[in-house]
Design a protein around this ligand. Structure first.
Ligand code: GLA
Length: 710
């Protein structure tokens, strides 16, 4: 259908997106649901007044804002063609509706044609992507920027985005949205520990349960940028703009006539009920994706913190037997199994089994793991190479850098997977190990940033092509091995984004297994990812990354809210600890159907001493919450804390699940209601709440809510 005049109203899951095609395609509204009967009033009121010292027309804010359209902020398009046509002037040529959810706006320009696709999915999430195709002619088209830019209302005056570092990923930062641009550029060639992750703009004081929030996420694992920008003249009748896109390096995207570039998708999210509303939408989206795993999430044991590089087949066989005895369902052999890999200084790039560490190959351990009823997983780092490796010695031109002496990072360099021969070499090596050994799962690592990533084959910046090559490698392995699962790991959580989740089945959120750090990392990773896609492991009592000690109960309660696992040398454990792990694995199996399908709920509490988070079944008939004492707080005795997210009209039986941990009181007595079954309505629980105990720091209490028959 093509009609370039009628206003288009997309509506789903409480969200409306209204697009007016003329005088230039623009968003009239992106936010809460409207009726079709509201559209004409929206159209009539779609321009503001005319400002002093400004254009001689009221400003509008088009879907492709740029200088020529009167937008002095970061433009949606920037390019040139041999220095010419450097002022994009796309004119709408057609509007197409391939289906009821989707609008494709086709524009023409002297230098290029531009297709902008907007799709409002059934979860109320707006998917935005742009395709630029160079026009016929002689000069190539050099792309400088291709950004998705959407307006947000003037009431959105506070922003939230993220930073981080190794073992402290996705740490929130909040601030007022001042005038100017708050820009987060990622030039790391991977998503990054300090990824901006999501740019949220919302009403002042927005929280998990309250506030109106608009957000953008770039679904891409390479260079990217996210920005919130506010100019004194506004954005048409809107207050500010959110923008997102790939950060393009100089000369990186040069299109010959007829060639095209498609931007990574940006997902734009809106919620009228705070951040939990955003999460509910994205979690549903991820759960509906083709890459989403189809089997219950198996309990994992990963060998990394148990043995590091010390691969002794007999010891690892014992570890596998112990793992099976506590209920582990997937045994993952981490780094150290391939040739020339006694430590992290050598071996990357040579994906054949080390005959010294594994004289009989990996067959015997894989067979044992399978006989014990577990899946067998293996670590790879396919995009990397140590200079001390056969691959680097034989193919120096396969290094992704034109530097004669490129800087090492963890003693390694990046392999240029944009070279077909390198890509095929790695594919065949991996395929051979997977096929011969019977690998069910790959932990796919990526332990350095890509700096100055210029291909020796082309002399061109190649982050974009490298990311595409990696996605293609993952897809090819999935095609050859349909039941293979892949985990996205990058020195912990430096590759967590919705782009990689189109090709993988879980992420490793962080290298820290310290439960205090993990509570925060899992909470904020959970802003986009449902718990079952986020690996969460129990480490030893004294965390290897922080040297902080934590009780086993707290470690178990923390790992329960994720794709749970163990990363601990079980041979060190006492019988009591092994029994505790058995109880935990039984509880994980019991609760996993709820935890891995329900709605994530996080309470808004003042201060940082406590966290209250839980998962509520889609029909609200069952829920599990964790009350966490992260540090000491100002309260000496328990106070009522509202329990959000339950059905107000239902009555619930509330009980403590004390198999893993029970309130470790930091008061003489915990509240008496914890001793016996308590029945309360969802309304009472949400409006009045329950006195939750003051506990010693580093402890958690698990509460279960079961709907009582009417
Ligand atoms: C990275 C990962 C770790 C582990 C090591 C192995 O740091 O994040 O979990 O796999 O590599 O070298």
């Amino acid at each position: 259908m093509t009609d370039s005049r009628a206003t288009i109203h997309l509506r789903s899951a409480g969200v409306s997106v209204v697009i007016a095609p003329s005088p230039e395609p623009r968003i009239l509204h992106w936010g809460g649901a409207l009726d079709d009967s509201d559209i004409s009033a929206l159209e009539v009121s779609s321009t503001g007044g005319q400002a002093y010292s400004s254009f001689d027309l009221p400003r509008i804010f088009p879907l492709l804002p740029r200088e020529r359209s009167g937008w002095s902020g970061r433009p949606s398009l920037a390019w040139h063609r041999g220095g010419q046509f450097s002022d994009p002037a796309p004119r709408l040529a057609a509007i197409e509706r391939p289906d009821a959810e989707t609008v494709v706006l086709r524009y023409d320009d002297a230098a290029a044609s531009v297709d902008l696709t907007l799709r409002l999915d059934t979860f109320g999430i707006l998917h935005h992507s742009i395709r630029v195709s160079a026009a016929e002619g002689t000069d190539p088209l050099d792309l400088v920027a291709v950004r998705a830019v959407l307006p947000v209302p003037a009431e959105a005056t506070e922003i939230l985005d993220f930073t981080g570092r190794w073992t402290r990923e996705r740490h929130p930062q909040r601030q007022p949205l001042g005038y100017g641009a708050h820009v987060r550029e990622n030039r790391r060639g991977r998503t990054g520990h300090d990824s901006a992750f999501v740019m949220v703009a919302g009403t002042p004081g927005f929280g998990f349960r309250t506030g109106r929030v608009w957000a953008a996420h770039t679904a891409w694992s390479g260079n990217s940028e996210l920005a919130a920008e506010r100019l004194p003249e506004g954005a048409g009748v809107h207050g500010a703009a959110l923008s997102s896109g790939e950060l393009l390096l100089p000369g990186e995207i040069r299109l010959a006539p007829g060639e095209s570039y498609t931007s990574p998708e940006t997902v734009f999210l809106f919620s009228a009920t705070g951040l939990d509303g955003l999460s509910a939408g994205v979690h549903s989206l991820l759960r509906s994706q083709p890459a989403y795993p189809s089997e219950p999430r198996p309990l994992v044991l990963n060998t990394w913190e148990a043995v590091y590089f010390d691969h002794d087949p007999a010891r690892l066989a014992d570890l596998a037997r112990l793992a099976a005895s506590v209920g582990v369902e997937r045994f993952v052999l981490d780094d150290g199994w391939f040739i020339g890999r006694p430590d992290d200084r050598s071996g990357l790039g040579d994906w054949t089994i080390d005959p010294v560490a594994w004289p009989d190959g990996l067959g015997p351990i894989a067979d044992l793991v399978h006989e014990l009823g577990m899946q067998f997983g293996l670590w790879f780092e396919p995009e990397m190479v140590n200079p001390d490796s056969r691959l680097a010695r034989e193919h120096p031109d396969w290094i992704l850098s034109t530097d004669e002496d490129p800087a090492l990072w963890r003693h390694q360099l990046v392999l240029d997977l944009t070279r077909r021969e390198a890509w095929e070499h790695i594919l065949e090596q991996m395929d051979a190990v997977i096929t011969r050994t019977g690998i069910d799962f790959i932990k796919w690592d990526h332990n350095r940033d890509l700096h100055a990533a210029v291909s020796r084959a082309t002399g061109r910046a190649s982050v974009h092509a490298q990311v595409e090559a990696v996605y293609a490698l993952m897809d090819e392995l999935h095609t050859r091995h349909p039941s293979l699962e892949i985990e996205s790991c990058a020195s912990g959580g430096a590759r967590v984004d919705l782009g990689v989740l189109e090709h993988t089945q879980r992420v490793w959120a962080s290298d820290t297994n310290d439960p205090i750090e993990r509570q925060a990392i899992q909470r904020w990773t959970g802003l986009l990812l449902p718990p079952e896609l986020v690996g969460a492991h129990i480490g030893p009592e004294r965390a290897h990354t922080t040297h902080r000690s934590a009780s086993l109960g707290f470690r178990m309660a923390t790992a329960l809210f994720g794709h749970a696992g163990i990363e601990w040398d079980l041979a060190e454990c006492t019988d009591a600890e092994l029994d505790a792990l058995r109880a935990w694995s039984a509880l994980y199996r019991e609760l996993r159907p709820l935890l891995h399908s329900g709605t994530t709920v996080r309470a808004d509490l003042s201060g940082t001493a406590n966290l209250l988070h839980g998962v509520v079944a889609p029909d609200a008939g069952h829920a599990v919450f964790a009350w966490v004492q992260a540090e000491t707080g100002p309260n000496a005795a328990a106070v009522r804390v509202p329990i959000p997210g339950l059905d107000p009209a239902s009555r619930y039986l509330i009980r403590e699940r004390d198999e893993l941990t029970s309130a470790d009181p930091h008061q003489v007595l915990s509240p008496a209601w914890l001793d016996g079954p308590l029945s309360a309505s969802g309304a009472m629980l949400c409006e009045a709440g329950l006195p939750l105990p003051v506990m010693n720091p580093g402890s958690a209490l698990l509460l279960e809510f079961i709907r009582e028959p009417a």
